[in-house]
Design a protein around this ligand. Structure first.
Ligand code: FE2
Ligand code: FE2
Length: 284
């Protein structure tokens, strides 16, 4: 049975004086230790934007990347996958990478200018560097009470994916980022824990989807990026209102959530909502 989860923020946009040897960079990577009755599982959720920052911070935080059991990727954007090759090349052994098949699709944005924002390496390059790719569209059970969400159902009218582009079947088209997923855990006696990367699917959609696939309604903890930094006031207000109703006990958030949304969440949730920074340790 899953007893508790310890999260260490390895890459994040912000640094504090508490950890002044760590480097901040736009991106996200979280090291998770899942504690079971007899065993601890070590998992890396995303790899930040660059190998240089990923490896520097992991070393400063005494995280031995050779001890990882698994790497999971939230989606294919560079700020969550750019450190992947560094992790693979640093390791002695091959390792399974769990992700959606679309992580290698071309990923583009056009605001303010056309820019490639996808995974900077190909599938054959990551496999040559030691990755064993497991690509699934739906949820994957990783351990008792712990899974990836797979593709997130888009149900909330205020959570739209905009301004991302791709090429599908030779056609340049809007990218609704089907590869976006989260981690969902069920902690006995506490409830549902949702750990996001960027939550391009919408943070409320992601929670509703995690509730559905786990069968657990009570949201206990919500951690990661909520993709609200460019959201209009209407979307921020609707998100804050929905989260108030869900009444989570722990909401550490950062990366793409944005100062405005974090302040609004703090007005409603008080100290249950905390801004993330590199080196933060969260015990759940
Ligand atoms: Fe992204
Ligand atoms: Fe991101």
């Amino acid at each position: 049975m899953l007893q508790d989860i310890q999260l260490t923020i390895v890459v994040e946009n912000s640094a504090t004086l508490d950890h002044n040897s760590l480097w901040a960079q736009h991106g996200l990577s979280i090291f998770l230790e899942l504690k079971f009755d007899q065993k601890i599982m070590m998992l890396l959720w995303d790899t930040g934007a660059s190998s240089e920052v990923m490896l520097h911070n992991a070393e400063e935080l005494d995280i031995d990347l050779n001890n990882l059991d698994l790497i999971c990727l939230s989606h294919g954007h560079y700020d969550h996958t750019g450190g992947l090759m560094g992790v693979l090349q640093h390791r002695k052994d091959r390792i399974v990478i769990l992700a959606h098949p679309d992580i290698f699709a071309p990923k583009l944005k056009t605001q303010p200018l056309f820019k490639f924002i996808g995974l900077p390496v190909s599938r054959s390059q990551v496999e040559a560097a030691g990755a064993i790719m497991i690509q699934a569209r739906g949820p994957v059970a990783i351990a008792p009470g712990f899974m990836t969400t797979g593709e997130v159902a888009r149900l909330e009218s205020f959570e739209k994916v905009e301004n991302f582009w791709t090429v599908r079947d030779g056609q340049y088209c809007q990218d609704n980022i089907p590869d976006d997923q989260a981690l969902a855990a069920v902690l006995p006696g506490k409830g549902l824990v949702v750990i996001t990367g960027r939550a391009h699917s919408g943070i409320i959609n992601t929670i509703r989807h995690a509730q559905k696939i786990t069968g657990v309604e009570k949201l206990y903890a919500l951690i990661g990026g909520f993709h609200l930094m460019d959201a209009d006031d209407g979307r921020v207000d609707a998100t804050v209102e929905a989260l108030k109703g869900l009444d989570p006990a722990i909401v550490p958030t950062g990366h793409c959530t944005g100062h405005k949304a974090i302040c609004r969440l703090q007005e409603v949730l008080g100290e249950r909502c905390l801004p993330l920074a590199v080196g933060d340790l969260i015990q759940i």
